[in-house]
Design a protein around this ligand. Sequence first.
Ligand code: SF4
Length: 409
Amino acid sequence: MELTGLQIFKYLPAAKKEESTNCKKCGCPTCMAFALKLAKKQIEIEKCPCVPEELKEKFAESSKIQQHEIKLSDSLVTGGETVMFRHDKTFVNRTVIAVHLDSEDKEFDIKLEKIKNYKTERIGECFKPDAVYLTGTNQKTAQNKIKNAGISVIPDSDLYTIVSADSISELEKNAKKLLEQGKTDIILELEYGHKSVAQIAEELTYIRRAAILNRYEPLTYPVMVKLPQTLDKLQACAAASVLICRYANIIVLNDFDEALLSTLFTLRQSIYTNPQKPLQVEPKIYEFNDPDRNAPVFLTTNFALTYFAVAGELESLQCGSYLVVTPSDGMSVLTAWSADKFTADLVAKSVRDYELAKKVDNRSIIIPGLLSHMKDELQEAMPEWDIVVGTIEACQIPEFIKSKEGVFS
Ligand code: SF4
């Protein structure tokens, strides 16, 4: 565990009421200031001549890397994790999802083209397969083709060494050998073999705990798992999903499969967002399908998931529409309402600030159905607008608009 400022302070002269208390030799005004800086690694421990050996040892231990970050290509890194659970802080580098290709495969070029052209979008982010895991003998030409397609190739012996084993003890032994040879760019490959996904997840958890909690050097490297050929599509999806959650840094899929990739990207995006920073979009008025002055006006918060769910439905409508997105710190409508981030006054202010009245002749604002209890309050705060309660689910919007035929353009 990282040492906190307070834990460090306990070892310093000020805490022990010694003579050199707050002597400023370290360049800080007090021992507490030094402790706080040291905890954030903004000052070297050697700056204070009074640091006891015990603190030096504890600090050295707490400063050891928990998981090394390994460069897989100029644009792709893996590892570098610092916590066991995303809610403790955040996970750092998304699980790399690689697709296996054999350089001897007669359909190599066709398959590579498919991988290259595939992309999917979710909540404003675009996802593509991160890498190709290349096997076969015709490596050089195939590698060049993959790199020219803008995709990273695994393995790349110029950048790192992969050690593989089917048990943790073997993996540990092999990693130790590499460390003794002075190698530090290592990927640990845990062989799946005939194990169940539960066993693999258990082993990955053991390795991650050894790295994050115990900083046990041989296991402080990113871990790769290749899915076995024996898994059918559904099993592969279940296994890869478990491995994204617990704790594979790199997953190699046997084949290119759009549905599988899309599912895994969705799961991975949820796990690798920073829980302290909700995904949000810019608060403003969004326009869909070239709306005219009588187009319906919807209202929601700037929580990205809500925005994209509503935006998707509005895009699919035959008519144009507006979406007023209020600044709600990225909270969903009910959360924002309960946290006072979606009050009648704030909504009225947004509508005024965005000058909605100048954009439309229509004077109706459709609010989320989940906030129907706010109708009267909103009506009072915006007497010049007619507040209409909309749908609870975004997917009900087309039906809702149909029911209002003739009201809007
Ligand atoms: Fe305190 Fe050491 Fe800094 Fe002096 S040099 S103020 S004892 S931390």
